[in-house]
Design a protein around this ligand. Structure first.
Ligand code: LLP
Length: 426
């Protein structure tokens, strides 16, 4: 029997005879064939994550709208479009992507604090399902754009419930001091105003309190605050057909234990029923929890560099590929692709970019030499979608694994790709 060990917390990644596999495909051979840095995703992990939400919503009218900012590669979007998912977008570019993936526009919702008139127009013409509007000023502009087109824009207002999601400050969004949503106290007058405008059709209410949330309590707190508003808004004669609770459910990067989507939703639905709103359509906008642990980034060790204070392991992936450590001091596990005997040393895993902030992992125990491959785990969300060309580095290639088959869903970006839109000014 072949020796197979599943990585804890990563059911679709296993070590088989010493070599790391995503589903049935060895990372060694993918790296050999496609080069590094290389993102590799498990299709099954994504579908399992989606099914956890669907189990939680069984028997309910509920839409899971994948927040594509987490990973907007077309090959990933196609997986969710084929599974009948809705989508949460925040730009005209994202709208073009979801439509290209074959999504049903009626299940597309458009979030974000700064939609332009051109983006509103594009979305109205595509007949998207809902605009989540975030300010009084935006309500008036959307009304005007809709009237110009002879349409009515379906809207929900994103309210800011002033709840602390207890996550990194950069990814908390539902606190008073954040730029997002309409203040709880302003919600009723804002809804009255929106309902009076001929270019708008009020259909729902929306909130999103933050990202990488690892407890149920902030959701329960936000739910009560939102339902208080539903009550007040409906008392003012405005019917709300759906309630959108946003995204934000966290994943296990390094031993965190966020609630499973099905368990969380059973809890929230019980509260919703008690308060008499269990019949409303529910919308969620998960991003990270649908893709985060589906992906790994395979990178090659270029050099090892012993230092006076620290040892460095310099790899060919960098902050332009994996920006989360530099931006949020985020932790990603880093494991060798091929098992190796020998004692580990403590080192910082860093990229080639000319910034001290270009680190991927600090103080990691690894036994590495140049030429070895490492896998950076939990790289499915907010890595490729936030990748840049800093230091004129081309963006990595991406592969989607489906069982024993591997499909390239993005070829490696060449320098020609990077130079294409540039010209000399004179
Ligand atoms: N809906 C709205 C309105 C959002 O702003 C976001 C994320 C989501 C849904 C999806 O949240 P998720 O389920 O993925 O937590 N770059 C950061 C995360 C930024 C999240 C921004 N908004 C990171 O790498 O941790």
């Amino acid at each position: 029997m072949t020796d197979r060990t599943v990585l804890p917390g990563h059911p679709h990644i296993a070590r088989i005879a010493g070599d790391l596999h995503v589903e049935g495909v060895p990372l060694q051979s993918l790296a050999r064939e496609h080069g590094t840095p290389l993102f590799v995703y498990s299709k099954q992990w994504m579908l399992d994550a989606l099914n956890a939400y669907r189990r939680g919503f069984e028997g309910r009218d509920a839409w899971v709208c994948y927040a594509i900012k987490a990973n907007s590669s077309l090959g990933i979007l196609r997986v969710f479009a084929e599974a009948g998912c809705g989508f949460d977008i925040v730009s005209g570019g994202e709208l073009t992507r979801v439509l290209a993936s074959g999504a049903n526009p009626a299940k597309v919702i458009f979030s974000g604090v700064g939609k332009t008139r051109a983006e509103m127009k594009q979305a109205l013409l595509a007949n998207i399902g809902c605009f989540n509007v975030e300010s009084e000023a935006e309500i008036d502009v959307l009304n005007a754009v809709a009237l110009e087109l002879g349409r009515r824009a379906p809207i929900s207002v994103r309210i800011n419930p002033n709840v602390d999601p207890k996550t990194h400050p950069y990814i908390s969004t539902g606190l008073k001091g954040n730029k997002f949503g309409v203040a709880h106290d302003r919600a009723v007058p804002v809804y009255r105003h929106a309902a009076s405008l001929p270019g708008l059709e009020v259909i729902g209410i929306d909130c999103h309190i933050g990202s990488q949330i690892t407890a149920s309590a902030p959701y329960l707190e936000a739910l009560e605050r939102v339902l208080d508003l539903v009550e007040a808004i409906e008392a003012a004669g405005i019917r709300l057909h759906h309630i959108d609770f946003g995204g934000g459910l966290g994943i296990d990067y390094n031993g965190e234990t966020p609630p499973h989507a099905d368990a969380l939703w059973k809890l929230l639905l019980a509260r919703l029923d008690i308060r008499g709103y269990g019949d409303r359509r529910l919308i969620v906008e998960p991003g990270r929890s649908l893709v985060g642990n589906a992906g790994v980034c395979v990178t090659e060790v270029l050099y090892t560099k012993p230092g006076e204070d620290k040892n460095f392991c310099i790899v060919d992936a960098a902050m332009n590929d994996l920006p989360r450590p530099a931006m949020y001091q985020a932790y990603h596990q880093i494991v060798p692709v091929a098992e190796k005997n020998g004692a580990p040393t403590t080192c910082d895993v860093v990229g080639p970019v000319c910034e001290s902030g270009d680190w991927i992992g600090r103080d990691r125990a690894l036994n590495v030499t140049a030429g070895d491959l490492l896998a950076v785990l939990s790289a499915g969300a907010y890595s490729m979608s936030m990748a840049s060309n800093y230091n004129s580095r081309g963006r990595a290639a991406e592969v989607l694994v489906d069982g024993t088959r591997a499909h390239v869903i993005r070829r490696r970006e060449s320098i020609e790709d990077q130079l294409r839109n540039e010209q000399f000014g004179t």
